[in-house]
Design a protein around this ligand. Sequence first.
Ligand SMILES: *[C@@H]1O[C@H](CO)[C@@H](O)[C@H](O)[C@H]1NC(C)=O
Ligand code: SF4
Length: 481
Amino acid sequence: MATRGWRPVAAAAIAAARPGGGGPGRGPGAGPGSGAAPEPVPEPATPATAALYVHWPYCRKRCSYCNFNKYVVPTVDEAAVRACLVQEARTLLHLSQVQSVTSVFFGGGTPSLASPRTIAAVLEAVAGAAHLPMGAEVTLEANPSSTSPARLAGFREAGINRLSIGVQSLDDAELRLLGREHTAAEARGAVEAARGLFPGRTSIDLLFGLPRQSQDAWARGLAAALGLCDDHISLYQLTLERGTALAAQVWGGTLPTPPQDLLADMYQTARAMLVAAGFRHYEVSNFARKGALSTHNLSYWRAEQYIGVGPGAHGRFVPRGEGGCSREARVQTLEPDAWMREVRSHGHGTRRRVVLSPLEQLEELLALGLRTDEGVTHERWGHFSPQLSLRAVFGEPGEAQDLQQQGWLLLDGGGLRCSARGLALLDSLLPALLCQLQRRWAPPAAPGRAAAPGGGAPRRSPTGDRAGGEAAGVVSGGCGE
Ligand SMILES: *[C@@H]1O[C@H](CO)[C@@H](O)[C@H](O)[C@H]1NC(C)=O
Ligand code: SF4
């Protein structure tokens, strides 16, 4: 559905902070022989749980700003895709030895174009291969143009109990600029129908920072959305991605670039309006009231295990079924036909697997945990780093203390987290914190080895999509000495 994912931001920050190019396993102190680093952490033996993500790669039309892993094809052999999703889900659940699946998320692409039958088949496979508790959150991303009340009822019948609707805007001119298929009236209709069927569990996505959008227009749009919405809203700043029609128009001079300070004001305005309407700003881009937080996404931010099924899906889990004992980052093959061939011949289409070093796991925990208002708790940190406590890394004079004094960050009995002000600036706080972590984890080596080559700003990968990858596409900046 393609609003900006959480993954590339964290990956870029991690890679930027890591001297020497930032590939998994290539950071200093990551490999064997780095001496000072504590021993790898074996995962506890029980209980094995994971969240499960399922990627539906197809869309009917290309939106002007989207560079996600999605395909616009004349016809989809849905029975074939369904069979492969089912098979891959079974294989990966077996490989992970996960006993209980805590949540399922159908994303895309446009998964609301899949038939309820496909959703039901995947959920049956999950429930057959592991326990899927009653009431576990099962979300479907939906486009307003493929969510008639009858379809929505079919999805509910199939086991969906939460909807995330890609409204993006309630202004027809903005929707046209974005190249969306739906009108504002259709978006309203979809949200109303969804709230009827999934009361309290209908989320909407909104975009801000469109070229020529004024602060007033954004505030009016958000007020309209507040009159329509349920208890969860995701806000994303529009980003210009290489290879998209919108970026070509802006970079070609046909449309203006929104100024940075306007974007910051828009975010602050939105935060204030949402907080006044009773929403908790529980993650950089996410707001919920009445406890309607997304448990699926929380499991990413808490660095819990997750399994990614479908073309280009990402996962993080321990392959216990193979006797593995360390967490791996996995990416499935991007292109749907190639992915299907692999699933048919090997049971899964995993293209890349990388064992994450203990330092890399902590970097992810930090980059993702700090996105939430709960931050990184001592307990969660201790799970990944039993020897070196959160206080040992961030409680001593250094970057974290400076940021605390400036009011961006807090370290206390609850753990390490951003202040409300700090959350808006996380991307600029993170590099310093990652550097402090790296230094404390592996004290500087002899002069000459510690020098970081290169410099300069992190760059997005040319593919830039969710599978664009942890380190592959990002050029490192490095920790300054
Ligand atoms: C939540 O997770 C889904 C699945 O990975 C992703 O598509 C979506 O963008 C995430 N939402 C937020 C608000 O981060
Ligand atoms: S619906 Fe539009 S934004 Fe969503 S994945 Fe498809 S092309 Fe991208």
